[in-house]
Design a binder for this molecule. Structure first.
Ligand code: F0G
Length: 434
């Protein structure tokens, strides 16, 4: 079976050429995914080859994405690849965060160690490669910030023109700054993420621009490498739970697909359970899954959260996310602004740090252990999706007691660490240190 695109909708399953420029199934409108024949894969041999590549200086071996390329063999010619040595993100033990989350132990998989500081790089290297293979000149995305930073970097590195569309006033400066610095033509649109996505889809079609949002199936292929690398780093010991924040729901879709495919070829022996955490004010997936999918999916018109990365009311990948959460016997929860802010400060106190959306993982763990959904002794990996420096404004406001929830209510800096203004006077300063 050659690599091809297939409709994700079980009632359709239409197939398309891997080189068709499609984002939804022309037959039924469903989501698309890349598919391959993997029956002949020898798991033990792959594990050995992947370990050997870690010692190899070839750029594709050094990439924590392309090292695992046998699991997403959609390219016929690897010269299309643009790599910034993405992936290679660490697993970090965090006893303090474990205690806060109600666990005996906790490991973070920190995707903020990526070249542009978020997990988007794992997917973008694949999306950019496919754009180059298709001979596209321009690429576009709408973004809450991280996708735009990543796309701008990979497009510029690969000789493509990046066009970025962002909700005006609703992304952090760190992310906007990256898009500008990496040379993206940047449009700040006066609408929210969901409306801009509809707009950009029209523009992409009319102008022949390649869309690199997570609706692009090749982005999802690359993001599978996050869980493949995680399992490789754990010597293929499967955790009980993987916990991650959910926005547009591309990442949980990628994790689920990657894990199922690893199970199918014998790289792992069982599936971990997936827990998705949304911000309370932007939680359409949580609301839907709470009814066990018995009510129709309803988008939220006006999503709100200070964790702007996940401020999304109409996540495109919800059908895939539902399938992956249910297949893994997982769960979906939501957390308040205060819970995100405090969890984020705790991640910081571990010497690790992350951006607000990422801290939803730890806030969610705390809630799920309190509810008894996650056992205190469970083996849990929480994914930190973005770097601490993505949103310094939020950090300063929290620690100085100036952070306000979208409804204007104050966030209490329960773990605040306010800077102290002092005169240039050794005695006075010593009196404050003693
Ligand atoms: N965490 C961070 C830091 C993100 O930037 C995003 C998504 C998510 C979590 C949620 O991931 O969408 O796959 O469920 N950011 C996108 C963007 C939407 O435009 O950068 P998801």
């Amino acid at each position: 079976m050659h690599p091809h695109l297939a409709c994700f909708n079980a009632a359709c399953r239409a197939r398309y050429d891997i080189n068709d420029v499609l984002y939804n199934c022309p037959a039924c409108g469903g989501l698309l995914e890349a598919r391959y024949e993997t029956a002949s894969v020898d798991a033990a041999q792959l594990k050995r080859a992947w370990r050997e590549r870690r010692m190899d200086n070839a750029p594709l071996s050094q990439s924590g994405v392309w090292r695992y390329r046998e699991m997403f063999p959609f390219l016929d010619d690897l010269s299309h690849v643009v790599t910034l040595r993405e992936g290679n993100t660490p697993l970090l033990n965090a006893p303090r965060a474990a205690g806060y989350g109600g666990l005996a132990r906790l490991t973070f998989k920190h995707q903020g160690f990526n070249p542009t500081g978020s997990f988007k790089d794992n997917g973008m290297t694949c999306g950019a490669a496919q754009a180059r293979r298709l001979g596209m000149k321009r690429v576009a995305c709408v973004s809450t910030g991280n996708t735009s930073a990543s796309m701008a970097a990979y497009a510029s590195a690969g000789g493509l023109d990046p066009l970025v569309f962002i909700p005006h006033g609703n992304i952090s400066y760190g992310k906007l700054a990256q898009a500008l610095e990496y040379g993206a033509k940047t449009f700040q649109v006066e609408a929210n993420f969901d409306r801009i996505l509809a707009l950009v889809r029209v523009l992409a079609q009319k102008l022949g621009i390649y869309l690199l949002n997570s609706i692009n199936p090749f982005r999802i292929e690359g993001q599978k490498s996050i869980v493949i690398e995680m399992l490789d780093q754990r010597d293929w010991r499967v955790p009980d739970w993987i916990v991650l924040p959910g926005g547009n729901l591309g990442n949980v879709s990628a994790f689920g697909k990657g894990l199922r495919e690893m199970l199918a070829v014998g790289l792992i022996e069982k599936l971990p359970r997936l827990a998705v955490v949304q911000a309370e004010g932007s939680s359409p997936f949580y609301e839907y899954m709470r009814t066990k999918g018995l009510t129709p999916f309803r988008a939220q018109e006006h999503p709100e959260t200070l964790a702007t990365a996940i401020k999304i009311g109409d996540p495109v990948s919800w059908p895939k996310a539902q399938f992956e959460v249910e297949t893994s016997d997982g769960t979906v929860t939501c957390v308040t602004e205060q819970e995100i802010a405090d969890a984020k400060a705790i991640v910081g106190q571990c010497g690790i740090g992350c951006e607000p959306a990422s801290a939803a993982s730890l806030a969610g763990i705390r809630k799920l252990t309190a509810a008894g959904t996650i056992d205190r002794n469970a083996d849990v990996v929480a994914v930190l999706t973005g770097n601490v420096l993505k949103d310094p404004d939020y950090i300063y406001r929290y620690h100085t007691g100036q952070l306000q929830a979208p409804d204007g209510s104050p966030i209490q800096p329960a773990f605040g660490n306010k800077p102290v203004v002092v005169p240039n006077d050794a005695e006075r300063i010593m009196s404050l240190i003693r």
